[in-house]
Design a protein around this ligand. Structure first.
Ligand code: SF4
Ligand code: SF4
Length: 338
């Protein structure tokens, strides 16, 4: 199974019409963070270091749906914290699906098997499972033994019920290319639709500050990971973004491509960097000084090559230039061409 044609068509139609209408900045994927509380404490996480009174706060379904309406992006990604902890998550997902949003519910899968009964399989709903490598690497990354096995069991259960399932993997400087390539094999053999991979962002608040990748190391790691790519590997990402990670392309960041809404409001400028909040999407888009951000412009952007800043740059390239369009076709059909 791969990304449904209807989703590809929706995204392509949306991006192309924004481009043809001359819209300079438009959102592609809304990042909806309904809560920060999680049932894990990963060393590389920069989202859960809040006091209890913040961790206890949650967005209501009404707030989530109003934000999605205001934003208008065709895809809504729901990270966290752990979204499955939120008691009203089924209502949030149902409301988004009713609006024909393609929802990626990101979960560490600890609660997934038990919660599957609360959701209905749909082409609009994908469970995006946090998997940071093979068993040893994943359990190490999430700082708890046994989580990999729980997640694999939950993936199988979700697939058996007919849900769309993908994985999302964050890589740090201890990633061993041969092991990660084996991990790709293992995930595809499980039957997931596709994989998302990204270098970790150097969150100031993350307990482990020594494992983040520099730009140069990201290039060499991803070039090794994606060299002589197997036909069986499916990536749920723009092929041009993968080339960017491999150092074959340069892009400027597009932080407005993945606008982030959480309990504090719309976060400036992106999902990763917290440089203030505003209460409306319009204020975020129109009043943020976007030129202050991106590699070479902001200290905290220096090594960032994360999908929430650069995937939208790759998609924009596909739809705004013939070079980008044909590059996408080539990279899709012949991923191993130089
Ligand atoms: S599972 Fe995700 S949200 Fe939870 S601690 Fe780990 S990285 Fe953070
Ligand atoms: S480079 Fe872009 S996505 Fe990365 S932290 Fe800076 S603004 Fe955010």
């Amino acid at each position: 199974m791969s990304v449904p044609v209807s989703q590809m068509y929706t995204v392509a139609h949306y991006a192309l019409s924004q481009h043809l209408r001359g819209v300079k900045r438009y959102p592609l994927v809304m990042m909806l963070e309904p809560l920060f509380r999680c049932n894990l404490e990963c060393a590389g996480c920069g989202k859960i270091q809040y006091p209890d009174h913040i961790l206890n706060r949650r967005l209501t379904p009404e707030q989530c749906l109003a934000a999605a309406d205001e934003c208008g992006a065709p895809i809504v990604s729901i990270p966290g914290g752990e979204p499955l902890i939120h008691p009203e998550m089924p209502a949030i997902v149902e409301g988004l699906v009713r609006r024909k949003k393609y929802v990626y519910l990101c979960t560490n899968a600890i609660l997934l098997e038990r919660k599957l009964q609360d959701y209905t399989p749909s082409k609009y709903l994908t469970f995006s499972i946090h998997m940071d490598g093979l068993k040893e690497e994943h359990d190490h990354a999430v700082c708890r033994d046994g989580v990999y096995d729980v997640a694999v069991k939950a993936i199988k259960a979700a697939l058996a019920k007919g849900f769309r399932v993908t994985t999302n993997t964050t890589l740090f400087n201890d990633a061993a290319p041969a092991r990660v390539r084996r991990f790709f094999d293992e995930m595809m053999e499980l039957g997931v639709e596709g994989m998302m991979i990204s270098p970790g962002y150097s969150y100031e608040k993350a307990p482990d500050q020594h494992s983040f990748l520099s730009r140069e190391r990201t290039h060499s790691l991803f070039a090794q990971l994606l060299a002589q790519r197997k036909r069986s590997w499916q990536f749920n990402q723009s092929p041009l973004f993968l080339e960017f990670l491999m150092g074959k392309r340069e892009y400027e960041c597009t932080p407005w491509g993945n606008p982030t809404y959480n309990i504090f409001g719309w976060q400036r400028p992106c999902y990763l960097l917290q440089d203030g909040y505003v209460s409306t999407f319009r204020e975020l888009m129109e009043e943020t000084e976007w030129e202050r951000y991106g590699s070479g412009r902001h200290e905290q952007c220096r090594d960032c090559m994360v999908h929430c800043g650069y995937e939208a740059s790759a998609v924009k390239d596909t739809f705004s230039s013939w070079g980008g369009f044909f590059g996408t076709v080539r990279a899709t059909l012949f991923p191993n061409a130089v």
